[in-house]
Design a protein around this ligand. Structure first.
Ligand code: 0WE
Length: 256
């Protein structure tokens, strides 16, 4: 039997087949979970319907802009009506205005800071609050982070600050939701060739840098994020909460 048989989950952040959210959703589905998906804007609707449509009739697909409280309320109302309960939530959503990821951190505008934190960090709190009343049998919330939260990665800039806020929010949410047996953890992934990474100057060099310096001398594969996502969602991780788990070929342990 699958690790997640009978569990009901919701996935935020599928954009296309290369999305980390899609890798983890596939692993959750393979382990027996029934899933709901949200998509951000009409632009991504067809992609998500095509991908998630392969999972069968009980799959729910809904629009959600995580900066809109009305969207979030509507998503959890519909998921509550159709599923009756929720066990799993994946947060794989981030955005900072492009210019904030290109220039000097010193020039970060108030608006870029606000947008990056609203979309990439506050949304975890808002989604957790929406999901919590449905997690009546406990639950597992998983959010995606990146090493730029703790060390300076040139050009990651305000996203690094937002990921630091996301990781700290993970700890405070773990404390808040612990009494309800809802666990909250982050996966800090090594760099992946996704839509979010496309067009980032020097990204190819960054993948090469990991190959050269990570203990495992390679980059991370989508299926490996899926497997860790499935583990954190499973009862095997029942005593793990508030953690940041590195799935980065070991890169994070290195001092030089
Ligand atoms: O978290 C991320 C990227 C998230 C992201 C990507 C974009 C590109 C398009 C957030 N906002 C935007 N805004 C856009 O307009 N990663 C972990 C991938 C990433 O992004 C970087 C990296 C890495 C790694 C940016 C600079 C340096 C390294």
């Amino acid at each position: 039997m699958g690790l997640l048989t009978g569990k009901l989950g919701i996935v935020f952040g599928v954009a296309n087949k290369r999305s980390i959210a899609w890798a983890i959703a596939q692993a959750w589905a393979r382990e027996g979970a029934t899933l709901a998906f949200t998509y951000q804007g009409e632009r991504l609707k067809d992609n998500v319907e095509e991908l998630a449509g392969t999972f069968g009739a009980d799959t729910i697909i809904l629009p959600c802009d995580v900066t809109r409280d009305e969207d979030i309320a509507s998503v959890f109302a519909q998921v509550g009506a159709k599923f009756g309960r929720l066990d799993l939530l994946l947060h794989s959503v981030a955005f900072a205005p492009r210019e904030a990821l290109e220039g000097d951190f010193l020039d970060t505008s108030r608006d870029a800071f606000k947008v990056a934190h609203d979309v990439s960090a506050y949304s975890l709190i808002a989604l957790a609050r929406g999901a919590a009343p449905l997690m009546t049998e406990g639950g597992s919330i998983v959010a995606m982070s990146y090493y730029g939260a703790e060390k300076v990665i040139p050009h990651y800039n305000v996203m690094g600050v937002a990921k630091a806020a996301l990781e700290a929010s993970t700890r405070y949410l773990a404390y808040s939701l612990g009494p309800k047996k809802v666990r909250v953890n982050c996966i800090s992934a090594g760099p992946m060739n996704t839509l979010a990474a496309r067009g980032i100057a020097g990204f190819g060099d960054m993948l090469k840098h990991y190959e050269a310096h990570a203990p495992l001398k390679r980059n991370v594969l989508p299926d490996e994020l899926g497997a860790t996502g499935a583990f954190l969602a499973s009862n095997g991780a029942a005593a793990i909460t508030g953690q940041v788990i590195y799935v980065d070929a070991g890169y994070q342990i290195m001092g030089m």
